[in-house]
Design a protein around this ligand. Structure first.
Ligand SMILES: Nc1nc2c(c(=O)[nH]1)N[C@H]1C(S)=C(S)[C@@H](COP(=O)(O)O)O[C@H]1N2
Ligand SMILES: [Mo]
Length: 336
């Protein structure tokens, strides 16, 4: 059974790769605002602001990556709508497509973890598709389904307000990598992937939270999954030995669709110090920061916290279940 699955996936995998190689992406009708040169902190070992697609984290339940042929792909929009809509691949590529930088992260990312990445997506704003379908009064959720039957429940407002919620066909200017959802996936700023980022998407049902539940909600995770404001220290590394004197401390922070307004670092039980924020790539992307520490001999613990417009992130320690981890990322360093 496993072998047979493996073999057929291999064959269709080649077909999908060929179809992917044949895709001619249209020019965006709306390009992303140019990224300021200073989004990147220049420090050895620092995370790239734009995550290379082949280094982008991958999370899904697929044992075998779904192989979806764009020439037969269709998206059905139905449920609590006045007008059912079916969209084909050619219709999608002929639509005005918008480009946006969006940082995607996973609800199961532990504090300090790396299940987060930032990329430039190209796609049809979902709000345009929903405007054609015209959701009826009382609808408050869209249940999206993938070719392999995975589901996500997304608040209708996040798909109809002015944010860049996209039915995406490209990442980093190229068709989506197969494992990241080729040919079409959802990307919604401000929400964890499990309630928004359906890969290999084929169906959107406009419904109500009271009437339907999604894959991870049925397994103990929260129905609502707004991203929590978080920060991470990337430089120096955990357990590093550093010479006394000026040491660069740097990392990333994210508060998608609210924006990072500040990042502070603290040494042991000392005061919080403001760090220098790198240039801003927009409220839907992560933000880099750096701080020069006058390091004194001994073993120290560094902690970080980010602020969004509502204030600093919480230091209360919570596990990833049911709606995302909280607490400060911390790092031990020995100053010699
Ligand atoms: N079809 C499908 N889409 C999915 C998932 C899945 O299991 N199946 N996982 C979701 C989760 S939990 C996350 S965090 C993101 C991850 O997207 P990526 O693998 O492109 O980083 O995809 C989302 N979309
Ligand atoms: Mo996730």
């Amino acid at each position: 059974m496993t072998l047979a699955l493996g073999r057929s996936a291999g064959t269709s995998g080649r077909v999908t790769q060929a179809a992917r190689a044949d895709v001619r992406l249209p020019a965006p009708s709306s390009t992303a605002a140019p990224v300021p040169a200073g989004v990147q902190v220049r420090a050895a070992g620092m995370t790239p602001w734009a995550t290379p697609p082949d280094a982008f984290y991958r999370i899904d339940t697929a044992l075998v990556v779904p192989q979806v042929d764009p020439s037969t792909w269709q998206l059905r929009v139905h449920g609590l709508v006045e007008q059912e809509v079916t969209l084909t691949w050619d219709e999608l590529l002929a639509s005005p497509l918008e480009e946006a930088w969006v940082t995607l992260c996973c609800v199961s990312n532990p504090v300090g973890g790396d299940l987060v990445g930032n990329q430039r997506w190209l796609g049809l704003p979902v709000r345009r598709l929903l405007a054609r379908a015209r959701p009826t009064a009382g609808a408050d959720m869209v249940l999206s389904t993938s070719a392999d039957g995975w589901t996500a429940s997304t608040p209708l407002t996040a798909l109809t307000d002015d944010r860049a919620a996209l039915l995406a066909v490209a990442m980093d200017g190229a068709p989506l990598p197969v494992e990241h959802g080729f040919p079409v996936r959802l990307v919604v700023p401000g929400l964890y992937g499990y309630v928004s980022a359906t890969k290999w998407v084929v169906d959107l049902e406009v419904t109500r939270f009271a009437d339907a539940t999604a894959y991870w909600t049925d397994r103990g995770w929260s129905a609502q999954g707004p991203v929590k404001t978080q920060s991470r220290i990337d430089v120096p590394r955990e357990g590093a030995l550093v010479p006394a004197g000026d040491v660069t401390v740097a990392g990333v922070a994210w508060a998608q669709h609210r924006g990072v307004t500040g990042v502070q670092v603290r040494v042991d039980d000392g005061p919080w110090h403001d760090t220098t924020l790198a240039d801003d790539g927009g409220i839907d992307t992560w933000r880099q920061w750096s701080w020069t520490w006058a390091a004194e001999r001994g073993d120290h613990v560094l902690r970080v916290r980010a602020s969004d417009p509502s204030g600093p992130q919480t230091g209360a320690v919570q596990d990833v279940v049911p709606d995302g981890a909280t607490g400060y990322d911390e790092l031990r360093v020995s100053v010699t």
